[in-house]
Write a protein that binds this ligand. Structure first.
Ligand SMILES: O=C(O)C[C@H](O)C(=O)O
Ligand code: SF4
Length: 519
């Protein structure tokens, strides 16, 4: 199959850079339900703009291009060993060309392979079928939303919902709880795949396979179709909103599958996918390896950004100053003073310029017992693992949205105190330990819009330097010059946390679903 590698390369690029039509329509529907001037409304507008930018620049929608997972059906007799080699070559090429972030990390040494190849990566499932075509489907599901997958073993007692039995109503409660526990950390508003039954492994596989269904399809199993409709009518009453900012839209899709189970087991597995729901597929001619057809409607021409292209920070800031908005706009240049930081309040939109430093899991662990290579007094740390490309002029940022901050909760407060850091940028918020440190030392947490990787890449005007390349590109400490970098204060130096408020409010709202619905 001479052209199979090129076909897989084109599939990878399309999946990473062009959000499909059905997903765009779901995002547009979500936008229409959200007041544009609210934080969630502003977030959705930024997301919409980012989707357009990624398509125009053929660059990753989100910097985390996830665990490339292929599900492939082949006619009998096709050489799957050769296909696997072509897929690996295409993955390496896409990584080299900045369409995928190098995401394959040795779980024992922490070493990043640099080309997305390594034990267990990419994930390739082959199945034979009776058709004479090859059906290749790919999903790029990022780590932050993968971390919000969850599996329930029924019967169970669920927070706010009480007893969940081994029946459709118990499954209903699990799904609502799964949306609640994700909060905004998996870049809500999300799409969920649910797998009922199986064992722990096949239950999760079934859940992830549901994500290959089309957003607008109807479940052929009547009970499950009713369940999907119920979830879509009710999950948004939790008020989690986009990014967990609070709001009308927390879920954009729910697809449920079922399989047999053991008498002793009753698993309900939920695969939580972020708004950056990147999956595509192709039908391939087995004699040439050429693409004959695309399996999901292209997103080209289906706009979710009906306000046209805006200058980078204008979208968030413009909303911040609109009459109905809940926030004010504050422009700061790094290094920032304690006085400026202590003047900020939850809801303010901060527009940053100057140098900031990326740092996430590996760096935070390192800084706990080592010195920093740069002076961090008054500095801004950005929880981000960018997609980077190098040429004769040096390093260029190809995608740079935020990663989930809660993973740094064990370290953040100590790091703020040790180095005099004034602002931490990420998404999904942080916990009480960090909130206390912000209050004690005069710091602030700024929530950037998760997945808006092109939007933020545009604000990064120069890569000044990099430290700790041995941690791999996503985990290195990149020293970046930014202009007009907009993010929302969601935790301030006065003990306020939007995340704590939304979690408390949605927990209270969850209890409204305690009584049985499906008898
Ligand atoms: O790894 C990243 O850059 C982001 C991750 O997908 C996350 O949502 O935290
Ligand atoms: S950062 Fe958000 S949008 Fe990107 S992969 Fe992670 S959860 Fe998805």
């Amino acid at each position: 199959m001479q052209h199979f590698e090129d076909s897989i390369y084109n599939l990878i690029v399309e999946t990473s850079t062009n959000l499909p039509g059905d997903v765009r329509r779901a995002v547009a529907k979500g936008r229409a339900l959200e007041d544009r001037a609210t934080r969630s409304g502003l977030a959705l507008t930024t997301i919409a703009q980012n989707i357009g930018m990624a398509e125009q620049q053929v660059s990753p929608i989100c910097q985390d291009t996830g665990m490339p997972t292929f599900i492939i059906h082949t006619p009998v007799g096709i050489n799957q060993i050769e296909m696997k080699k072509d897929i690996h070559n295409a993955i390496v090429r896409a990584t080299k060309n900045g369409k995928l972030r190098p995401n394959s990390v040795d779980s024992l040494t922490g070493e990043n392979s640099g080309d997305n190849l390594g034990a267990g990566t990419p994930v390739i499932h082959f199945e034979q079928w009776e058709e004479d075509k090859i059906d290749v489907r790919l999903i790029l599901k990022g780590g932050g939303c993968e971390n919000k997958n969850i599996q329930y073993s029924l019967p169970a007692e669920l927070e706010g919902l009480g007893k969940a039995g081994r029946d459709l109503d118990g499954i209903r409660k699990c799904i609502l709880h799964a949306v609640y526990q994700a909060q905004g950390q998996g870049c809500s508003a999300g799409f969920i795949g649910v797998g009922i039954g199986g064992d722990r492994t096949t239950g999760y596989e079934l859940a992830k396979k549901q994500l290959f269904r089309k957003v607008e399809d109807v479940n052929p199993i009547e009970d499950l179709s009713k369940l999907e409709d119920y979830i879509m009518e009710n999950a948004n009453k939790l008020g989690i909103g986009t990014m967990g900012f609070g709001g009308e839209v927390s879920l954009l899709g729910c697809k449920v599958g079922v399989m047999n189970r053991l008498p002793a087991s009753f698993f309900v597995s939920v695969a939580y996918n972020c708004w950056a729901f990147r999956r595509q597929g192709v039908l391939v001619d087995p004699s040439t390896g050429n693409i004959e057809d695309w399996l999901y409607e292209s997103g080209t021409g289906i706009s979710v950004d009906d306000e046209g292209a805006h200058e980078s920070e204008a979208v968030i800031a413009e909303g911040a100053n609109s009459p109905a908005s809940e926030s004010r706009e504050v422009r700061l240049t790094t290094p920032v003073s304690e006085e400026d930081i202590r003047s900020l309040r939850v809801g303010d939109v901060v527009i940053l310029s100057g140098e900031m430093h990326t740092g996430r899991d590996a760096l935070h662990k390192y800084l706990m017992d080592h010195e920093s290579p740069v002076d961090l007094e008054g500095a801004v740390i950005y929880h981000c693992g960018p997609v980077m490309m190098k040429d004769e002029e040096g390093w260029h940022v190809k995608a740079a949205g935020p990663t989930t901050s809660i993973r740094e909760e064990p370290y953040q407060g100590d790091i703020i105190k040790k180095f005099g850091i004034r602002a931490v940028i990420g998404k999904g918020g942080m916990g009480p330990k960090t909130l206390k440190a912000l209050q004690e030392h005069g710091g602030v947490y700024l929530n950037a819009i998760g997945g808006a990787a092109q939007y933020y890449a545009e604000c990064i005007k120069k890569v000044n330097a990099v430290d700790f390349m041995e941690f791999g590109i996503p985990e290195a400490m990149w020293h970046l010059d930014v202009e007009g970098f907009a993010a929302i204060v969601t935790m301030d130096a006065h003990g306020n946390s939007l995340h704590a408020d939304v979690e408390k409010d949605s927990a209270a709202k969850l209890t409204q679903f305690k009584e049985p619905v499906f008898k």
